[in-house]
Write a protein that binds this ligand. Structure first.
Ligand code: ZN
Length: 308
């Protein structure tokens, strides 16, 4: 019988569940809608139903569960601290206690961006790298830090939050601050910046298609600005921490062919003072990255790999 750990990614619209073997190979996976307006019990319940379905379908044995969730979480207590407005009854919810009670195995909780980086350092684009900054360019911009082969989340759980440091212009940010990286490089920012330049309303994906396909210099300029801002954030990190390996995920990173040239131009123009070359890689695990990373946390917490 296959021994597995389950990784769960509870996002605002969908929940991804991946059942993983010892080496984090995905045995089976499922995507279900997140009942975000129905409260924590319903959200975790939907994830639990998906885990049970996968166990039935595969006949595998479950040894533990890792959960990645958006928002601020207490990774030690397994509890959500702060959630966005799109979630009801989620802040304060004791996620790991609910999972452990329902499934009878140990459970662990991480912030979704931290889980993303755990996945990419375990079996993704930066597998085995000891020092990495991970960045997710999604609706917002998330960041996470991997130092000396372990997640470094800092004394307040907010280390690596590169999306909300100032120094990127003067536009108002969703967090209430100004001039943060998120105002230039998130999906929402790309839509807004394109709208300001053209008066036209397009999704970030639509702007990418306009930049790649048709002759649309405004769309190109928006991605150019996003890429240059990402590169400056990487240079800040390289200068401060001597971390020179980066992995970039999230929906906006799917337009890598637009972002990468702008990132590389800025890195070439302003190389880090260490002179050490900067490596920037697109994420490898796609929409499974948070679930696989959550499974990686569970695997690590359960001991040296899954027992046979
Ligand atoms: Zn901000």
């Amino acid at each position: 019988m296959t021994h597995t750990v389950a990784g769960v990614d509870i996002g605002g619209t969908t929940t991804q569940v991946a059942l993983c073997e010892e080496d984090l190979t995905v045995v089976d996976r499922l995507e279900v809608p997140t009942p975000a307006a129905a409260g924590g019990t319903a959200m975790v319940g939907a994830a639990l139903d998906a885990v049970r379905l996968l166990l039935d379908r595969t006949g595998a044995t479950l040894l533990g569960v890792g959960v990645g969730a958006a928002g601020v979480v207490d990774a030690r207590a397994g509890r959500v601290l702060v959630a966005s407005d799109s979630f009801r009854g989620w802040a304060g919810f004791a996620v790991t206690a609910a999972v452990e009670e329902a499934l009878g195995v140990p459970a662990f909780l991480d912030n979704d961006v931290n889980a993303f980086l755990r996945g990419e350092t375990a079996v993704g684009a930066v597998a085995g790298e000891p020092q990495v900054l991970g960045m997710t360019l999604g609706t917002g911009v998330g960041g996470a830090l991997w130092l000396d082969g372990a997640l470094y989340d800092g004394p307040h759980g907010a280390a690596g939050e590169i999306g909300h440091v100032p120094g990127f212009g003067d536009l108002p940010c969703t967090c209430g601050g100004r001039g943060h990286l998120e105002t230039l490089a998130s999906g929402r920012a790309i839509e807004a910046r394109y709208g300001q330049r053209t008066g036209r309303s397009l999704s970030a994906r639509g702007v990418a298609e306009a930049a790649a396909g048709a002759d649309d210099p405004e769309a190109l300029a928006v991605y150019e600005g996003a890429g240059a801002a990402v590169a400056r954030a990487l240079l800040m990190t390289a200068g401060l921490l001597d971390v020179t390996t980066f992995v970039v995920g999230g929906g906006v990173s799917r337009s890598w062919s637009l972002l990468e040239p702008a990132i590389q131009r800025t890195l070439t123009a302003e190389p880090p003072v260490s002179g050490h070359p900067v490596r920037v890689l697109p994420a490898l695990l796609g929409q499974d990255s948070v679930a696989i990373g959550a499974a990686a946390r569970a695997r690590a917490e359960l001991g040296t790999g899954v027992r046979h």
